[in-house]
Design a protein around this ligand. Structure first.
Ligand code: COI
Length: 354
């Protein structure tokens, strides 16, 4: 247990909480009073502490700033009716974090530091968890290489941190999506499955170009043929075709193994859908749309939760959807929210008590 590390806590003198309205808050703009910080040096994690949220003092030569050896996670905390805080599936994110770390040649983080450190931090800042629907406390663990050296090699030192942000919905309205055929997000053998900072940095130009054309995000296609769909923006993607829910499989290592994706697979099966995780070509989607069987398209993600897609554009072919008639995505969202807000019994053991 992390108690053995004895995480020292320095508390703020005055909480900022009362200066920030916990309603209608934009995603990721405000941060709570405290943060967790730890350093990796000489093969071990040390200097573990919880302290007031504050800027970092970094040398301009810090390796992460130059070569992007940096990874992160996104997790959410909620309160039940009695006000008890819970974290949604932190152990799954912990496992994914360490997979990202291995791919980026970074040290793994012990479970006690990641999960128990997060629990203690949230316990301290639990009053920051918003109670409004579609609101939550977004948890951002991250790690970056901290050697002061601009030679290209893995660092000997790393910093691991957790910050917390009370937050509202990431995507507010149903989205218009552009099927991307020129740029690629990930190729087999690359870092698509890792939550590496560079994956997001590389998406900005592409998203900006889609925005100029009037779209909110892109649907990434495979790097080799631009034929098979991968993810939408920062989300995994699901298609309801007839009575099936279909989502791209993870076998190529090009897609992030979303914790919300995995939860959606489980819940959709419970809702009676036959879930298929497999390759999906854009041609199959167009054919299903023309045949009238492509009923719903939605994204899943920690930040995005379940986000409805009202338009999909492939070349000059536009697929429009009347989201008001949908059944699967709204029901899925409700079931997920009911579990997160502890309105129903958590039979999957997804809620981690703080
Ligand atoms: C998340 O869903 O937690 C993400 O990582 C998306 C984020 C980049 C906003």
């Amino acid at each position: 247990m992390i108690a053995a590390y004895g995480i020292p806590v320095t508390r703020v003198e005055r909480s900022k909480l009362h200066d920030i309205p916990l309603e209608n808050i934009p995603f990721g703009k405000y941060f709570t009073d405290h943060m967790l910080e730890a350093d990796y040096e000489n093969g071990e994690w040390k200097n573990i502490e919880i302290k007031p949220y504050q800027p970092l003092l970094l040398s301009p030569s810090v390796a992460a700033l130059h070569y992007g050896q940096a990874i992160f996670e996104g997790i959410k905390a909620y309160k039940d009716k009695e006000g008890n805080p819970f974290i949604f599936r932190p152990v799954d994110n912990y496992k994914r974090f360490n997979l990202s770390a291995e791919r980026m040649q970074m040290p793994t983080v012990p479970r006690e530091l990641f999960v128990e450190g997060m629990r203690q931090l949230i316990d301290l800042d639990k009053n920051w968890i918003p109670e409004k629907d579609d609101h939550s406390l977004y948890i951002r663990p991250f790690m970056f290489s901290s050697d002061e050296l601009i030679g290209v090699r893995p660092s000997d030192t790393y910093k691991f941190m957790i910050i917390l942000s009370p937050t509202g919905p990431y995507y507010v309205a149903p989205m218009r999506i552009y099927v991307e055929e020129h740029y690629s997000r990930a190729a087999p053998g690359g870092i698509g499955y890792a939550k590496a900072a560079g994956n997001y940095g590389a998406s900005m130009l592409v998203t900006a170009e889609a925005k100029k054309k009037g779209y909110d995000q892109v649907l990434w296609t495979d790097a080799l043929e631009h034929k098979y769909v991968q993810e939408i923006g920062t989300m995994n993607v699901f298609f309801i075709i007839g009575d099936k829910a279909i989502t791209p499989d993870l076998t190529q290592g090009t897609i992030l193994a979303g914790v919300t994706r995995e939860s959606a697979v489980t819940l959709l099966e419970e809702m009676g859908y036959k879930v298929e995780e497999r390759k999906i070509s854009i041609d199959e989607l167009v054919e299903a749309y023309q045949a009238g069987s492509l009923n719903e398209v939605f994204g899943t993600g920690t930040a995005a939760t379940i986000s409805l897609i009202k338009e999909l554009r492939y070349k000059d072919f536009v697929m429009n959807f009347d989201v008001s008639k949908w059944e699967a995505a709204p029901e899925l969202k409700k079931r997920l929210n009911d579990i997160r807000q502890s309105k129903v019994i958590d039979k999957h053991g997804w809620m981690y008590k703080v």
